[in-house]
Design a protein around this ligand. Structure first.
Ligand code: ADP
Length: 394
């Protein structure tokens, strides 16, 4: 099956092309709407690169150029030759609980829930509409970051606000990174030779979340109504005392958009030390920057607290999984976190932790009760798989 996976942002389209679940090409349309936009495509099999630099006015023109590069590379003659296109969608809201094929009703509902993810969902919708226009004969599927968390029990997803906020306004925990948590937990189950694994998955990238997975199903996760709750992230604050918000609103005379931007873009480890890339933070710590030390300690402490909480929530924990740019690469974060988890039976092998590899691997001490795994995430492959399954079923 020939499947294109699209992750459409407001000024970008990331794409990967799979032929029978093997990635053949990947690329990016960037700076859409600017004068110096660029589209690039890499033939993954021979590392050949194709690119165009020109002013790309909108997503439609961007996708047209992607189609041209596919043709030029000899990988795909035309977008209409695809069997399907899978779209990554951040927020499915209360009604779109399962991944599905696109229909008018689905588009309408996506439009309605755009208010929940104003930075992401409108861009995803633009991607779908562009694809429908460019390749009308191709089936489109929507794969939600929220769907994997549809199995959370009500007592985990409810907020203790007046009940009508849930009933009338759908305010509840949704959770995100579901495609990644489901992918890495299914890989972990294969690695450990178990059918349904119970584990704690830590997806640590620019956005970061932890998920408690009981026999293959999400039962709780650290992100909430939006991807702001939970862990301290690159530029997002994570959990806060909510009373801080009206206080700083009055103190700094900020409106709701300014508060939103403060919490999402100027906080997190960046807000503490001025750096949000963990490689820079490590360098700063080496140079004696105490705010960088504090930011890293805060990040690891919050993570330890969530892992501990989910260890308590799960009747048993087979594995702790690290994934995402930080989870897969940052030896210091893994060490600092696991040093505080040994008493829960999560014992790291410090030498294995230091070894560099891009492969799935086990990094726990042989006598550790809980396995500690690094599983590189592959959300696009998971989206391609689910898209293929949905098309086959219909
Ligand atoms: P996104 O959430 O944007 O998908 P990624 O999962 O790609 O993010 O993670 C990006 C982050 O991973 C970077 O900002 C950086 O903090 C961290 N990172 C990437 N490579 C390394 C590395 N070798 N060592 C430490 N941290 C790394």
């Amino acid at each position: 099956m020939k499947i294109l996976v699209l992750n459409s942002g407001s000024s970008s389209i990331k794409f990967k092309f799979f032929d029978d679940k093997i990635v053949k090409a990947s690329g990016l349309v960037e700076k859409i709407g600017e004068q110096n936009s660029k589209v690039s495509l890499k033939n993954v099999l021979n590392n050949e690169n194709f690119e165009r630099e020109l002013a790309i006015k909108d997503h439609e023109q961007g996708l047209k150029l992607v189609s041209e590069l596919f043709k030029e590379s000899g990988i795909l003659a035309d977008l209409n030759a695809l069997d399907g296109c899978g779209h990554r969608i951040v927020h499915g809201g209360a009604k779109l609980k399962e991944h599905c094929l696109v229909s008018d009703a689905v588009l309408e509902e996506l439009e309605r829930v755009s208010v929940f993810a104003p930075l992401h969902n409108p861009a995803h919708l633009m991607g779908i509409k562009t694809m429908l226009k460019a390749a009308p004969s191709v089936s489109n599927a929507v794969i939600f970051d929220t769907a994997f968390h549809g199995t959370m029990p009500d007592f985990a997803y409810m907020y203790a606000l007046p009940y009508e906020f849930y009933e009338k306004h759908s305010i509840r925990k949704y959770g995100f990174h579901g495609t990644s948590h489901s992918y890495v937990s299914s890989r972990a189950a294969l690695l450990l030779g178990k059918k349904d694994i119970s584990c704690i998955s830590a997806h640590l990238g620019n956005g970061a979340s932890v998920c408690a997975i009981k026999q293959g199903q999400s039962v709780d996760t650290s992100m909430g109504f939006t991807p702001l709750e939970g862990l301290i992230m690159g530029t997002r604050c994570g959990d806060l005392d909510p009373a801080i918000l009206p206080y700083i609103e009055r103190l700094k005379n900020l409106n709701s958009d300014e508060i939103d931007s403060l919490l999402n873009k100027k906080s997190g480890v960046y807000g503490i030390c001025g750096f949000n890339d963990f490689r820079d933070i490590a360098k700063q710590i080496e140079q004696g920057n105490d705010k960088a030390r504090l930011a890293l300690d805060m990040f690891c402490y919050r993570l330890v607290k969530y892992i501990g909480a989910y260890f308590a929530v799960l009747p048993k924990t087979d594995a702790l999984i690290f994934t995402g740019g930080i989870g897969e690469n940052d030896t210091l974060v893994r060490r600092k976190v696991c040093e505080n988890l040994a008493h829960l039976g999560m014992e790291l092998d410090f030498e294995l932790n230091e070894q560099r590899s891009s492969k799935e691997r086990m990094i726990n001490h042989t006598h550790s009760k809980v396995k500690i795994l690094i599983i590189p995430t592959d959300e696009e492959l998971q989206i391609a798989r689910i898209t293929g399954e949905l098309i086959s079923k219909n």
